[in-house]
Design a protein around this ligand. Structure first.
Ligand SMILES: *Cc1c(COP(=O)(O)O)cnc(C)c1O
Length: 369
């Protein structure tokens, strides 16, 4: 196969070519079953085995403790913005740390179902830093505290999850990890619930992953739709209603791919993390050493996954994007609310792709002199 272009989309995003090839090979006949995965009953033996393998592979990869349940849902990250308060708010107060567009959206949606308080924000610096957890004004009776652990649009990432207990709070931490799930390990001792859409780092759009601590099940408001009640979903092994079967299958192939990854002495997610650190360092170091490009995010919270950057002379944006596309570097346009460029460096983006981007950025700068 000829070299595919490098796809820097923020999501839906690049997937490992081996995963796409395996899915293509199995499209018409999954392992001698005479059916493609899309054509199978979700309650049949074949699909049940696919789903169980996906769940156990994910549990192993992310070292999810046994007192957490893994749920495969639908609706994406935005639906979870409603589903989380419907399940956990119990008519009380919920705390939000606003660090960019996604956490802002989450707080706004939660207000439909709960008294949502913004307890810390980085709005005053244009979402380019992270407020120190020691300064958060945690509500004493909060039902949960929500953060977006990687802000996909603004490129701000928590490199360490806050330890709410150390801050004197017993509230569970809810993290929206849509855009960096499986890019690094998760410290589950600090988490009550994590959710993420699959379309950034796990597979195609349509599947939503929820990892929830068991003691948080069974708290849903009576108005919560049954299909979105975590306890109902958990009790039925994510099959209360038809789950997104093909998305689960594709994510399962991605999990198998992740398990095969090696980087030096590291395997799986640890290998991915090593590679993601190297990829991000390559791009940030180049940008920081340049007079032509700039990234505005504070160094200690720059996202490894989503790198927004700007040309100092913004009149050259269109020329940059056009020449990047010509050189096989796709979907680099920044989010409309931020402008400039954004390079998303998800797990399936190889180091060679980031090197090709840096080479192109250098060449483009030289031709503009
Ligand atoms: C993409 C994204 C979402 C939105 O997910 P949908 O699947 O479009 O609902 C939510 N949160 C974060 C952090 C995201 O990156």
């Amino acid at each position: 196969m000829t070299q595919r272009p490098y796809n820097f989309s923020a999501g839906p995003a690049v997937m490992p070519v081996e995963v796409l090839q395996q899915a293509a090979a199995e499209m018409l006949d999954w392992q001698g079953s005479g059916m493609g995965v899309m054509e199978m009953s979700h309650r049949g033996k074949a699909f049940m085995s696919i789903c169980e393998a996906a769940e156990s592979d994910l549990r192993e990869l992310l070292a999810v403790p046994t007192h957490f349940r893994i749920l495969f849902m639908q609706g994406g990250g935005l639906a979870e913005n409603a589903i989380v308060p419907l399940n956990l708010a119990r008519g009380g107060t919920v705390d939000f740390v606003v660090t960019g567009s996604w956490s802002q959206k989450s707080a706004k949606e939660a207000r439909k179902y709960a008294a949502a308080t913004v307890i810390a924000s980085n709005e005053s610096d244009g979402h380019t830093s992270l407020p120190d957890p020691a300064t958060w004004k945690l509500s004493r009776d909060a039902q949960y505290v929500h953060i977006c652990s990687n802000e996909t649009i603004h490129g701000v990432e928590f490199h360490e999850l806050p330890d709410l207990q150390a801050l004197g709070s017993n509230a569970p931490l809810v993290i929206d990890f849509s855009s960096h799930v499986a890019s690094r390990p998760v410290d589950w001792s600090r988490v009550g619930l994590a959710f993420g859409g699959a379309q950034k780092n796990l597979g195609p759009a349509g599947l939503t992953l929820v990892v929830v601590r068991e003691d948080l099940l069974g708290r849903a408001l009576s108005i919560c739709p049954s299909a979105f009640d975590y306890k109902t979903v958990a009790d039925n092994g994510s099959m209360y209603n038809t789950p997104p079967t093909y998305g689960i299958y594709m994510a399962g192939l991605t999990f198998q791919w992740l398990k095969r990854q090696k980087e030096g002495a590291f395997t799986g997610i640890a290998a991915m993390e090593e590679r993601n650190i190297a990829k991000a360092a390559l791009l940030y170091n180049f940008i920081d050493g340049s007079q032509f490009y700039v990234n505005k995010v504070a160094r200690d919270c720059r996202s490894r996954m989503n790198v927004p950057f700007f040309l100092r002379d913004e009149s050259r944006n269109d020329a940059f994007l056009a020449s990047a596309q010509e050189h096989g570097l796709l979907q680099l346009k920044g989010h409309k609310s931020v402008g400039g460029m954004r390079a998303s460096l998800y797990n399936a983006m190889p180091l060679e792709g980031v090197q090709a981007l840096v080479n192109h950025m250098r060449t483009f700068e030289q031709t503009q002199a």
